[in-house]
Write a new protein. Structure first.
Length: 333
């Protein structure tokens, strides 16, 4: 009997999420798509996550493939899962989030309908009672089928989460998530996008991103500099891609991910020495790429001026930074 590969492999890295894992796995075993394998990678959890994984694997042996490895971080766990994947398509779900029942059925349908190597769905942030906190529309005002040669503006507009996307497996033949870094999605997903001629999207809010009440406030350190390193890695691939002549689109990517995303992180850096060092690194990043303040202030996303669309507190922070008022910013943090 021929072993037919599963249509979709969903990779779930797990690390100490015993309070949320059941809801996540429940949403995956109940997918309306029948040709699915769920690759659960226990990345060295120290809580009861392994027990929950074993119970699901016993109850759904035809769907759940369970693996345990030493802790190596998110990138390492995802790469481990990619190596085990038998599907034609690969998806990623974080183990404290969950998805709608029809997510992967619709996304596979769109991938095949439009011969798209990447499919995107919308995200909504939810609290622990399932109440919607925020809706995150990914690509508004664009059609279901998007040809990159005609719509490369999405290169800077798109949000580079791995978890609200479906990927053709071949995109990972030469590329993997970079180990030992933060912001691995910003580093890899743009590279995968550049290998696509066509992507597809659904306006359905399939991915449910949980805002956890028990999450400890993350310490913001100089690990944020990984954002600038990620952008530099993408720049190299962009220069070798079929879109290498699209200078405006690259500059907009540098502004959105390298400046605005970086500043959003910097706003929470408490340690003064680290704050000033990171500020200097950002100024150097901008100088090397000849990004001027007026380029940043004029940057538009989805056809709207970005800085004008921000909440007042963020707007003030960014404007003070561009005005060189870092001492005043320190008083506000």
């Amino acid at each position: 009997m021929t072993n037919v590969p599963s249509k979709v492999s969903v990779i779930v890295p797990v690390y100490n999420v015993e309070n949320y894992l059941t809801k996540c796995l429940d949403s995956l075993v109940k997918q309306s798509l029948s040709d699915i394998e769920i690759i659960v990678v226990n990345d060295g959890s120290k809580d009861h996550s392994e027990k929950i994984i074993r119970e699901f694997a016993q109850k759904y042996p035809e769907k759940i493939k369970a693996f345990t490895k030493e802790n190596g971080g998110l990138s390492d766990a995802r790469n481990f899962g990619i190596d085990k994947a038998a599907g034609d398509y690969i998806g990623f779900v974080d183990s404290d989030d969950y998805v709608t029942e029809t997510m992967f059925e619709e996304m596979v349908h769109l991938a095949e309908k439009h011969q798209a190597k990447m499919v995107i769905c919308n995200i909504q942030k939810v609290d622990e009672k399932g109440r919607i906190v925020q809706k995150l529309t990914q690509l508004p005002n664009l059609p279901e089928k998007i040809e990159l040669s005609r719509n490369l503006s999405i290169f800077s507009d798109i949000s580079y989460f791995a978890c609200n996307k479906l990927f053709k497996k071949e995109l990972f033949f030469q590329r993997r998530f970079k180990k030992g870094i933060h912001f691995e999605d910003i580093q890899l997903i743009p590279q995968l996008l550049l290998e696509c001629e066509t992507i597809a999207q659904t306006q359905n809010f399939h991915y449910q991103y949980l805002e956890r009440s028990d999450s400890i406030t993350k310490t913001h350190t100089d690990k944020g500099l990984d954002i600038l390193k990620a952008v530099a890695d993408v720049e190299k691939v962009f220069s070798e891609s079929p879109y290498s002549d699209k200078k405006k689109e690259l500059k907009n990517f540098q502004i959105f991910e390298g400046v605005y995303s970086f500043l959003a992180y910097l706003a929470f850096v408490k340690e003064e020495k680290i704050f000033y060092n990171m500020s200097d690194q950002l100024n150097l990043f901008m100088k090397e790429r000849q990004i001027k303040n007026h380029d940043i202030l004029r940057y538009s996303r989805f056809g709207k001026n970005y800085i004008l669309s921000l909440p007042l507190k963020k707007k003030i922070f960014y404007l003070l930074f561009f005005a060189g008022q870092k001492k005043l910013i320190r008083k506000l943090i």
